[in-house]
Design a protein around this ligand. Structure first.
Ligand SMILES: C[S@@+](CC[C@H](N)C(=O)[O-])C[C@H]1O[C@@H](n2cnc3c(N)ncnc32)[C@H](O)[C@@H]1O
Length: 225
């Protein structure tokens, strides 16, 4: 049983994020620390997001992260938001990926599956389908192209539980992700829960009911979300 720290205030979370270190001092505007988490997150919006998850979203049994880079964000969230089990998917080629073997040792969750492959590959879907209907929360921060993000959402929407939550990163700053965000606002599959917007944008959604994706959805990324 994984337990979490009491929910800190948002200013305390900001301090802890900055203390954990970013992936680039120049780009993220807080220090990169060699033994840190290499976070690719804006402190204010990530703090607000973590605070909301920890204080307003029911704890998760099974969670999925698509796009982990160093895995720092995967770890930080789980220190405060209870996630008993975790699955991660990443190409594994990010320059900060070498930190994951170190960071995963302190992951406050049971890492039941690590997939180092393209999230759009049929083999990845095949590995995730056995968990269909069991996943409570997905953090999607992988392919940031319009089609690539849509393909990830087509994957996620069929394997999440009814009522599960999905967070998308960069829905403010990356034009393609913003376009998907605008389309999701009109979706009858997901309800928009909240935005945490300071620089990159984290948006949170709730799945009404899972919807099977078609071969066309999965390969072209097109179709109603
Ligand atoms: C922006 S980084 C993730 C940052 C991380 N979530 C954080 O906040 O620290 C994007 C990650 O997505 C991964 N990625 C991109 N396209 C992918 C794909 N098609 N399948 C799996 N992973 C992908 C990259 O390898 C990279 O590690």
């Amino acid at each position: 049983m994984y337990t979490v720290a009491p929910v800190p205030t948002i200013p305390e979370l900001i301090e802890r994020i900055v203390d954990a270190g970013s992936g680039s001092t120049a780009f993220f505007e807080y220090e990169l620390k060699e033994d840190g988490l290499f976070l690719q997150q804006n402190p204010a919006e990530f703090a607000e997001f973590v605070h909301y998850m920890a204080s307003s979203v029911p704890p998760s049994n099974l969670t999925l992260d698509i796009g982990i880079a160093s895995g720092g964000q995967t770890k930080f969230l789980r220190d405060y938001y209870a996630c008993q089990k975790t699955i991660v998917v990443d190409l594994g080629q990010h320059p900060d990926a070498y930190n994951w073997p170190r960071i995963r040792k302190s992951l406050n969750s049971d890492l039941i599956l690590e997939i180092f492959d393209d999230s759009h590959a049929p083999a990845v879907r095949d590995s995730l389908l056995p968990f269909r209907g069991e996943i409570d929360f997905a953090y999607v921060d992988g392919d940031h192209s319009y089609i690539g993000l849509r393909q990830d959402i087509f994957l996620v929407r069929e394997i999440l539980k009814p009522g599960a939550f999905m967070a998308l990163h960069d829905t403010l700053a990356v034009e393609d992700c913003k376009r998907v965000y605008d389309e999701l606002k009109a979706s009858t599959t997901f309800d928009h829960v909240m935005d945490f917007n300071h620089r990159f944008g984290i948006s949170l959604w709730q799945l009404r009911e899972p919807v099977a994706s078609t071969q066309e959805n999965r390969t072209s990324g097109l179709g109603d979300l």
